[in-house]
Design a protein around this ligand. Structure first.
Ligand SMILES: Cc1ncc(COP(=O)(O)O)c(C=O)c1O
Length: 379
C-alpha cells in the first residue's frame, strides 16, 4: 500500500509564523526593508516616477542581445566582464583594472557596504537622499549618521564634519536624488572621511551641464573615492540591471572578492557593452531630456510651483498649495504616476517633514500630458 501524500504548507504560510521571523538576524528582523517606486504592469500609464529614460536604448543593444542569446547560454558568463570593462575604461580614461561591473548600481553599493563596514561601524549620507544607503547599513548592523541638508538642499558647514570623519563610508549621490542638485568638488573634499571612503553615487552623472568622468579620481581625494555609475538612466537600460564602479585598482580588487562569481549575466553584459559603445545615441537622448527638463522647470514655475534647479533627469518641486500628497493622488487617478516623497525629521523640530513631488523627465508628449493635467487640477 502506498503511503498517503503529505501536503506541505506553502512558503507564505510558513513566513506568517512569527517564531520563524525570529530566526532572522535581529538587524534584519528590526528593519522595514526598502520600498521601490511603483511599477504598474498594465499599459496606459504616463510613468514619471522612477527616473527611467523615456527613450529606447541604442539599436545596437538589441542586436547584441540577439547575438548573445543565439550564442552559448549553456556556459557561465565571463566572471571578469572583460568586454564591458575595456569599453568603460576607454570612456573614463583609466585602465580596465579600475572598473568593477555589477548587477545594477545597487549591487555595487551592497558590495561596498559588505566590503568595508563592520557591524557597529558608521556610515554617513546626506538627508534627505537615496534611502537605500540606510537600508544597506541596517542589514549590515551599521550605524547611520544622517547629514541634514538645508531647505535649499545644501550642507551648512565648510570643513569636514565630525560625523563624516567618524564614518567608514560616506555615500554622496551627485546629482542628489530626490532634489537633483549637484555638489561642488570643494564640497566633496569636506565629505571625504579621514579614515574611510567617499562613495560618489553618480547614477545621474551623465545629466549635469558638465559631466565628470574620472577627473576626481586623479585629484587629491581620488585615492579614497569610489564612483558608482549605472546604465539604468542615461543608457535606457533599467530593465537589464547593469552598473559599474570606478576606483583605484586596489579598491576594485578587494571589492571583487566580495561579489558573486558571475554577478552579471551574458545577455546583460552584451547589452551594456553595446550601449556604452554607442555614445552618440546616449548623448542624443541626453540632449532631448535636458531640453524637456528646462521646459518642465519653466512651466512648473509658471504654475506657481517651487522648483529646485535640476542637474539630473528629474525635477523636485512643491506645489503652490503645499498639497503634494493630494496632487500625487489626483494625477494617479488620471494614470499619471509621479513620485510623492515624504521625509520625516528634516529640521530642528522633532517631527519636521520635507515633502514634495519628484517628476522624472519623460518624452515631450508625456510632459505635455502632465502639464495639462496640472493646469486642469489648478482651475
Ligand atoms: C541615487 C541612486 N543610486 C543608485 C540607483 C540604482 O541604480 P541601478 O538601477 O543601477 O541599481 C538609483 C536608482 O534610482 C539612484 O537613484
Amino acid at each position: 500500500m502506498s503511503s498517503p501524500i503529505k501536503v506541505s504548507p506553502s512558503a507564505s504560510d510558513l513566513c506568517r509564523e512569527s517564531d520563524l521571523m525570529s530566526l532572522f538576524r535581529p538587524a534584519v528582523d528590526a528593519m522595514q526593508g526598502y520600498l521601490p517606486g511603483e511599477q504598474p504592469t498594465e499599459a496606459g500609464w504616463v510613468k514619471l516616477n522612477t527616473n527611467e529614460n523615456p527613450y529606447p536604448p541604442s539599436p545596437e543593444v538589441r542586436n547584441a542581445i540577439v547575438a548573445a542569446a543565439e550564442g552559448r547560454l549553456n556556459v557561465y558568463p565571463d566572471p571578469l566582464v572583460k568586454s564591458f570593462r575595456e569599453s568603460a575604461a576607454e570612456l573614463f580614461g583609466v585602465d580596465a583594472e579600475w572598473i568593477l561591473p555589477g548587477n545594477g548600481s545597487d549591487e555595487n553599493l551592497t558590495i561596498l557596504m559588505r566590503s568595508f563596514v563592520e557591524s557597529g561601524e558608521q556610515i554617513a549620507y546626506p538627508y534627505p537622499s537615496y534611502v537605500l544607503y540606510e537600508t544597506l547599513a541596517e542589514i549590515q548592523g551599521a550605524k547611520v549618521a544622517r547629514l541634514p541638508l538645508t531647505p535649499e538642499w545644501k550642507f551648512d558647514w565648510k570643513i569636514t564634519d565630525p560625523r563624516v570623519a567618524a564614518s567608514k563610508l560616506t555615500f554622496i549621490p551627485n546629482p542628489n536624488s530626490p532634489s537633483g542638485n549637484r555638489w561642488s568638488d570643494e564640497e566633496l573634499q569636506w565629505l571625504t572621511p579621514e579614515k574611510g571612503i567617499l562613495v560618489l553615487d553618480e547614477a545621474y552623472g551623465d545629466f549635469p551641464d558638465k559631466p565628470h568622468k574620472a577627473e576626481l579620481l586623479h585629484s587629491g581625494i581620488g585615492k579614497r573615492m569610489v564612483i558608482t555609475r549605472t546604465l539604468s538612466k542615461s543608457y535606457s537600460l533599467a530593465g537589464i540591471r547593469f552598473g559599474f564602479a570606478v576606483a583605484h585598482p586596489d579598491l576594485i580588487a578587494g571589492m571583487r572578492k566580495v561579489k558573486d562569481s558571475y554577478n552579471c549575466d551574458s545577455l546583460s553584459i552584451a547589452a551594456a557593452t553595446a550601449a556604452i559603445r554607442d555614445q552618440v545615441w546616449m548623448l542624443k537622448n541626453r540632449e532631448k531630456i535636458l531640453a524637456t527638463r528646462e521646459r518642465l522647470e519653466q512651466s512648473l514655475r509658471e504654475l506657481g510651483f517651487h522648483v529646485t534647479p535640476s542637474q539630473a533627469n528629474f525635477v523636485w518641486c512643491t506645489p503652490p498649495g503645499d498639497n503634494s500628497g493630494e496632487l500625487y493622488e489626483a494625477l494617479k487617478a488620471r494614470k499619471i504616476l509621479v513620485r510623492y516623497m515624504k521625509f520625516p525629521y528634516c529640521g530642528p523640530e522633532e517631527n519636521e517633514l520635507r515633502e514634495g513631488l519628484r517628476i522624472s523627465i519623460g518624452t515631450d508628449g508625456e510632459i505635455d500630458m502632465l502639464l495639462n493635467a496640472l493646469k486642469q487640477l489648478a482651475s
